[in-house]
Design a protein around this ligand. Sequence first.
Ligand SMILES: [Zn+2]
Length: 296
Amino acid sequence: MCGVRGDGDGWSTCGLGHRHWGRFGAAGLLLRHVGAEGSSVLLQHRAPWSHHGRTWGLPGGARDSHESPEQAALREAAEESGLDPARVRVRGRSRSDHGGWAYETVVADIAERIEPVPQAESLALGWVAEHDVPEHPLHPGLAAAWPGLQASARTLVVDTANVVGARPDGWWRDRVGATRRLVEQAATLIGSVRALPGSAAATAPRWVAITHVVLVLEGVAAVLAEQRPPDLLAAPGWPTRLVAAPRGTAGDATVLAQARNRPDALVVSADRGLRAALPPQAEAIGPSWLLAQLPG
Ligand SMILES: [Zn+2]
């Protein structure tokens, strides 16, 4: 039988002995806006009478029995801030399991910074720069989870020929066309939050906020950078950058030069020689990660 709206309201005691609001667990929305300068997070200043009142937390609340974490987080955020859930792009989630009770953080972004309208449960709602979040007196749940939730601002530097070659879509018949498709799709990553796979030491994803995308083009596909077709450079707010490698050269040296200029570079390439030559602060990831992020 289906649950009813509000059947999650009530207190629970978790396996760690805490008291939590939500009979079926709780969910919160970690909503970011990513601009060229970095990301900001929508935080709620909790009303004094609420549990852990006057701290800053995520909009969210108790899950009803029939709700997914995404449904609960979006419903609660809409109730608390007037947010239109249709404008929110969900990118993943992170679970904090206390044994018998769990909090699900739904990670999402939005193309435009909405002006939140605080409802009764909030003193205020506002956008806080990513690096300023730990400076606020945070709800203890958010404070504990924040190191695993924060997002680092990144410029994607794409070894385009390498990525095009990793996708068996007939690129060998039309290299320029295949590259153009990739450029169009990669531009949609700007302004979004994405998960990188966890490291060997930690299985949790690491979150990145993509502020810029630089696509290095080589060979016949370099014509796209030289012609600078306006439709390829029309990402909202600021441009995708197309950089042509010099004629007759592989793109590697140009990718390296871009990575050296950008301390926030996340280089997309499977080329081992290139990856070994990257400056220490640059990180590399394979084409399969990028291809998995692209719209279908
Ligand atoms: Zn607990």
